[in-house]
Design a protein around this ligand. Structure first.
Ligand code: MN
Length: 302
């Protein structure tokens, strides 16, 4: 599908609008034309939104397999509870990283004491074959590497950029970073040639290699680039994602990443039978039932 902002070397895919409970989101991954960027396989953007009622985000207990959930905030707070008994209160600039492996369940919600603001992204990373059935884990990173380069503040979420590495554990070569332009400036960002990359614009007027780029759109840059020139107006904020193209075709359904329909069906059944995933304590309310399982598309990895 052609889009008016598509240019020959950048694939620009507008995010799909949807509701997750009472929260309005823009889903940039997966899209029919682009399922993954490296091992990144899911990108929901929500906010910025100001609210006055108690809870804006209220995602009841639900299961995951075969992936890492990467929760990242630009503004606001989220509290996580999982079936291993972990609790993680996260503020903007901090990272909640949950490795699902064989299976874990969690809830994510706005804490009772909050700023009344919410802006962030929910990301997933597919786990490679030798780790996807492993032990589940949850890690909260209260502080991540933050550095300035030529008027741009970079926050390292996952992987390495410009000599700065995130301590967050990844299972395949990936990068994830938030860039904030403190003034109008143009920077040349070095890329690993064997990585594919994408940029998502949160805010500001942003130009990639001299071309204006839309917000709420995934701008896919492919592989074999040494660098990209990014110009942003003062206050621009963008998300950079990248990684080695994921060599394994995956199947995604609901909150599961697997390789076959049978694995998905078994995980769904285990959740409905209250097996495998355990119980999430610390969430006040019912857990999410799995949707009906009909047909699942064949494994893909474009
Ligand atoms: Mn989740």
């Amino acid at each position: 599908m052609r889009h008016q902002f598509q240019i020959p070397d950048i694939q620009s895919l507008p995010a799909r609008h949807a509701m997750v409970g009472s929260l309005e989101i823009h889903r940039a991954l997966p899209r029919s034309q682009r399922r993954m960027v490296g091992a990144w396989c899911f990108l929901d953007r929500y906010g910025p939104v100001r609210f006055s009622h108690e809870k804006l985000m209220d995602v009841a207990p639900h299961p995951h397999i075969g992936l890492q959930t990467v929760s990242w905030l630009l503004e606001g707070e989220i509290i996580h509870h999982d079936s291993h008994g972990c609790e993680g209160l996260m503020r903007a600039g901090q990272l909640n990283l949950m490795t699902a492996g064989h299976g874990i369940a969690h809830s994510e919600e706005t804490p009772g004491t909050n700023s009344g603001m919410l802006s962030g992204v929910q990301l997933w990373v597919a786990l490679p074959g030798d780790h996807r059935d492993g032990q589940a884990a949850f890690d909260h990173y209260a502080a991540l590497p933050v550095f300035d380069v030529a008027g741009v503040t970079v926050k390292m979420i996952m992987g390495e950029l410009l000599g700065h590495s995130s301590p967050a554990k990844a299972f395949s070569p990936i990068v994830g970073a938030e860039l904030q332009f403190n003034e109008e400036v143009s920077i040349d960002l070095p890329f690993k040639r064997n990585f594919e990359h994408a940029i998502f614009i949160f805010d500001g007027d942003v130009f990639l290699n001299g071309r204006s780029m839309d917000r709420d759109t995934l701008h896919y840059l492919g592989t074999n680039r040494d660098e990209v020139q990014i110009k942003g107006s003062a206050g621009s904020r963008i998300l950079l994602l990248g990684g080695e193209p994921f060599g394994e075709p995956i199947v995604m359904w609901w909150n599961f990443v697997a390789r076959t329909h049978e694995e998905i069906a078994r995980a769904r059944e285990d959740w409905m039978q209250r097996e495998r995933f355990g119980e999430v304590r610390g969430y006040n309310g019912a857990r999410l039932p799995a949707p009906e399982l009909r047909s699942i598309a064949a494994p893909r990895h474009i």
